[in-house]
Design a protein around this ligand. Structure first.
Ligand SMILES: Cc1cc2nc3c(=O)[nH]c(=O)nc-3n(C[C@H](O)[C@H](O)[C@H](O)COP(=O)(O)OP(=O)(O)OC[C@H]3O[C@@H](n4cnc5c(N)ncnc54)[C@H](O)[C@@H]3O)c2cc1C
Length: 475
């Protein structure tokens, strides 16, 4: 790393270099403007940045990386800033780079390349800054009967680059898997400014380490994703959505097992509870179609080539004796209305205060025991805490949201994550580690695991310029 001048001079020098490379309008230094990039979606994580760079091409990303590296300044890649573990915003003064100067936020939202859909390969190449909803519209507009397999409620802001970097899961994971399953190629800028371009989308390519799989889920700590080649799946013209009221979590797990067995087009199985539904109804002015209270709710979506999926779902619900506890919709507006009860949980919880967000996964067989146990574990450390649970239950993925304790009070996080580890689960199902969960990584990753991850980080980013303080614990 080069010897550095005093902070102010260094930032001024980098700013000047970046203004030459990106244009004045894309190097943001006004503190009020920069502040809009330094707080995360939840409001729990915020820090300081020297400036925000908004490159508009891969070559401009290279310029940003080289300028920061030469000056010894760290970089925080940012997409739509919808990540929920504090990985897209700086901590404050840099923990990497020279350790003294606040980092540069590299906002990738201007990388909006969207190539024509490749019908033969069922793939599309998209820039890192393309939002999920823009990608979905682009693929639908091709008229090839294809769609993108990952979907999530933050679709209007979450970007392709951020979704790759977090290995996002979402509501269709049960059928199509997460981002790692969709990535057929990536374009990357490495920490030394070199570009790796692998956008051919070869179905078979057995040449060396699985770099694409490694970068997917690396949370901006190994490379900057500038574009992705994404697999597409056939779109399903018939959809049926059902909101089902159940006695408890065990009944929901049992129903999910039956749905998996008997409904070929099962695409989503989302779990939530009365306290979350009440909050959503209050926040959104909605009225539940099912009379409450219920011990658990499942929102199920099935999709297929014809309305046979509706019959399969109806038969499965009838066999379980649940016809009278179910609201069903097949038209778009009705289905969206049912989805709102699930998808508005995140914003409804945020409207109450800054939540502790703990996205975890468990073996499906442990789900029913976990639900009362997590309420007890939280109550044992905080009498004021309110727990709201929901999640992609088909994948054993529960979002534990705890409101009440101060954002920097880690007692509830500790209690919940210790419980998850004791029940053989994972402390992060789909949101990643970010800044939020570093101190608990050791609960579900061994010293050998963490050592291997650190060796990879040191090999690809020896100066620690990419996203310091994210994912790996300090040495
Ligand atoms: C309402 C709501 C619902 C959500 N639902 C889901 C869900 O169902 N499933 C799920 O998995 N997540 C969900 N999320 C979390 C979030 O949307 C995902 O993590 C998403 O993938 C983040 O994308 P982003 O563009 O906002 O990334 P950001 O938040 O900007 O960044 C996330 C991480 O990726 C890194 N990063 C961003 N862009 C790049 C890049 N181009 N190159 C390298 N690193 C980069 C950042 O440094 C950071 O570590 C939800 C969030 C909200 C607010």
């Amino acid at each position: 790393m080069l010897p550095v001048a005093a902070d102010g001079q260094k930032v001024a020098r980098v700013t000047e270099t970046l203004v030459r490379a990106l244009g004045r309008g894309h190097v943001l230094i006004d503190p009020d403007v920069v502040a809009s990039y330094t707080a995360d979606w939840t409001g729990r994580w915020q820090g300081q940045a020297a400036l925000v760079a908004r490159p508009g091409s891969t070559a401009e990303v290279v310029s940003v990386v080289q300028a920061c590296r030469a000056a010894g300044m760290a970089l925080v890649p940012q997409g739509g800033n919808t990540g929920l573990v504090g990985g897209s915003v700086p901590a404050g003064r840099a923990e990497g780079g020279d350790g003294n100067t606040p980092p540069v936020i590299v906002s990738l939202v201007r990388l909006r390349r969207l190539d024509p859909v490749d019908r033969a390969a069922a793939q599309v190449t998209a820039g890192a800054g393309v939002t999920l909803s823009a990608l979905q519209h682009h693929v639908a507009a091709s008229g090839y009967g294809l769609t993108f397999g990952v979907d999530l409620a933050a679709r209007d802001s979450a970007t392709v680059g951020g979704m790759v970097a977090t290995n996002a899961g979402g509501i269709h994971f049960i059928r199509y898997g997460g981002m790692r399953q969709q990535v057929a190629g990536l374009e990357l800028v490495l920490a030394d400014g070199q570009v790796v371009e692998r956008l051919q989308g070869l179905a078979k390519d057995n040449t060396g380490y699985d770099l694409l799989g490694l970068i997917t889920g690396s949370e901006g700590t190994l490379a900057i994703v500038t574009a992705a080649r994404l697999r597409l799946v056939p779109s399903q013209p018939f959809r049926v959505t059902a909101l089902i009221g159940l006695s408890d979590t065990a009944a929901a797990v049992e129903l999910m097992a039956a749905l998996r067995r008997e409904v070929a087009g099962l695409e989503a199985a989302e779990l939530f509870y009365q306290e979350g539904l009440d909050l959503v109804c209050q926040y959104g002015g909605l009225v539940s179609p099912l009379a409450g209270p219920r011990g658990a709710y499942l929102l199920v979506e099935c999709a297929g080539g014809d309305d046979g999926v509706t019959d399969q779902l109806a038969q499965c619900l009838a066999a379980a004796g649940l016809e009278d506890d179910t609201a069903v919709a097949t038209e778009a507006a009705g289905r969206q209305g049912l989805w709102a009860f699930r998808e508005r949980h995140t914003e409804a919880v945020n409207s109450v205060g800054v939540p502790h967000k703990l996205d975890i996964s468990l073996p499906l067989g442990a789900l029913a025991a976990f639900v009362p146990a997590v309420h007890d574990a939280v109550a044992a450390v905080s009498s004021e805490a309110k727990v709201v649970l929901w999640g992609h239950a088909g994948d054993g993925n529960i979002h534990v949201n705890v409101m009440g304790p101060a954002p920097d009070d880690n007692a509830v996080d500790d209690a919940v994550l210790q419980l998850v580890a004791a029940m053989q689960g994972s402390i992060s199902a789909e949101h990643g580690i970010g800044r939020a969960k570093i101190r608990w990584l050791h609960l579900t990753r061994s010293p050998a695991d963490i050592g291997a991850m650190r060796a990879i980080k040191d090999a690809l980013d020896p100066s620690g310029v990419f996203n310091p303080g994210v994912m790996l614990p300090p040495i």
